[in-house]
Design a protein around this ligand. Structure first.
Ligand SMILES: NC(=O)c1ccc[n+]([C@@H]2O[C@H](COP(=O)([O-])OP(=O)(O)OC[C@H]3O[C@@H](n4cnc5c(N)ncnc54)[C@H](O)[C@@H]3O)[C@@H](O)[C@H]2O)c1
Length: 435
């Protein structure tokens, strides 16, 4: 058994902190009863954010159930929408891609147009995460089930808005599938089931690493306004991505929380910076973070993440228990070795985890008991944000202070294609203040 964790206490603290946001969220129509649906009743879905992940998620949703139909698509840009539409049409489930031109919505208000469609059951939210909380809130107000890609926000106010919308979704019996796909990977599920059953003893420490090269970057084209440039090159702007510890390494952060039975950390500190990616095209995010997370009872988590070309690439998690050590290497191996020499390795099937999560979600909708995984998504996202705050400021930051942070990264003016949106300064540990 793990030592008593503080997850329920943290949860209560967090819940009380977002109670005000919840009060502001409409639960019009409460309570909505979602009943089990006949197995051949069409489930109509829409996609908002038609990029790489959105296209994948739409295909997985279509494959999850023979009666799922994609009926609407929305994106900030028509080229992204049309490419995704063409690819989905050409795919295995193309016959159930039934998106009339009038149901293709381009612009930042695409979400509103989609939420206004009456005969629509599920919305897949796969834009950059800076929009997720607002989009979820709109979908829940409109009575739609959602798939929310990870992470769910880029700052603490966003996480609170997301949690408020999660609670409203629960009150309406609306499903919310989280993009933490490893939670649906067979190997990881079996591994964590054994860890939680105490097979490696009490979990005392977790090390996670998400280290690789630099992902895609878009150079600014002539004619692009500040907003278009930032949206197209969104990985490098913190209001949109949360920085790479929140946007990418969050999978490792999520597995760290999973190992600790979903406890949230007490505080964090970090060594982090921007060393290799210094050119303008990389916006203002960092390229490395090493974060120490302290959990209750003196338990420790460490997350290393890096995006630098030419450096050692490695992604794994090590879980240290009082009886032995477990290790996960994504897609490859999950197992442990105990001090007494006992070994266990997962050797079962490895079906696609992305498909697994959609299969489970659509089955739960059909059964009238939709999965709602919003809280875990929010807690892991907030833990990543806490690590970024520690990295940017160079200070020890407590969970409570991080949750109460007033730092709202969204532009202060309403979004407008012609607005001035300069790149914010790069944070400087020791000088950047905690807000
Ligand atoms: N779970 C995973 O393994 C996994 C893998 C990849 C990406 N993701 C997540 O999926 C999300 C999308 O990532 P991606 O790689 O598909 O990015 P992408 O850039 O390929 O796609 C994002 C799309 O959203 C559109 N968009 C931006 N703002 C919008 C708005 N306000 N309204 C409507 N459309 C808008 C963009 O034009 C773009 O087409 C991110 O949160 C990312 O972290 C998760």
């Amino acid at each position: 058994m793990n030592p008593p964790n503080d997850s329920s206490l943290n949860r209560r603290l967090f819940l009380s902190r977002f109670a005000a946001a919840l009060a502001a969220t409409s639960v019009a129509g409460f309570p909505t009863i979602v009943r089990a649906q006949a197995a051949d009743k069409p489930i109509k879905i829409a996609l908002v954010g038609c990029g790489g992940r959105g296209s994948g998620a739409a295909e997985q949703a279509l494959k999850a159930d023979n009666y799922v139909q994609l009926v609407a698509m929305g994106d900030a840009f028509s080229d992204r929408l049309e490419t995704a539409h063409k690819n989905l049409k050409a795919g295995e489930t193309g016959a159930r891609v039934q998106v009339e031109d009038a149901q293709k919505f381009v612009g930042l208000d695409a979400i509103d147009k989609i939420c206004a469609i009456k005969d629509l059951d599920v919305v897949l939210l796969t834009t950059p995460p800076g929009f997720r909380a607002e989009h979820l809130q709109k979908c829940v107000d409109a009575g739609k089930h959602t798939f929310c890609e990870k992470p769910c926000a880029t700052d603490a106010p966003g996480v609170k808005r997301f949690l408020a919308a999660t609670a409203a979704a629960k009150a309406k019996n609306l499903g919310l599938l989280s993009g933490f796909c490893y939670r649906f990977a067979n190997g990881e599920r079996e591994f964590f089931k054994r860890v939680q059953a105490g097979e490696i003893g009490d979990v005392r420490a977790v090390y996670g690493s998400y280290m690789g090269g630099s992902p895609w970057v878009k150079e600014r084209k002539e004619g692009w306004t500040d907003l278009e440039y930032q949206l197209r090159n969104w990985l490098y702007f913190t209001w949109l991505s949360g920085d790479h510890i929140v946007e990418q390494a969050i999978h490792s952060v999520d597995k760290m929380l999973w190992a600790f039975d979903d406890a949230t950390p007490v505080r964090a500190w970090s060594v982090a910076g921007r060393q290799q990616r210094v050119e303008d095209q990389f916006g203002h995010i960092f390229d490395h973070f090493a974060v120490g997370y302290e959990f209750s009872g003196g338990r420790m988590g460490t997350i290393f993440c890096r995006q630098q070309q030419g450096t050692w690439s490695n992604s794994n998690e090590k879980i240290f228990g009082t009886k032995g050590t477990g290790e996960i290497i994504a897609f490859k191996s999950q197992g442990y070795k105990l001090i007494d020499g006992t070994e266990w390795k997962y050797d079962g099937p490895r079906p696609d985890m992305y498909q697994n999560e959609h299969d489970a979600f659509f089955a739960s909708i059909r059964a009238g008991k939709p999965l709602n995984l919003g809280e875990k998504l929010a807690h892991s996202t907030m833990t990543g944000i806490l690590g970024r705050m520690a990295g940017y400021t160079g200070q020890v930051v407590s969970w409570d202070d991080a949750v109460d942070s007033k730092e709202d990264l969204r532009p202060t003016e309403p979004l407008d294609w012609k607005m001035k949106l300069p790149t914010p300064p790069v944070a400087m540990p020791g000088r950047t203040k905690f807000i």
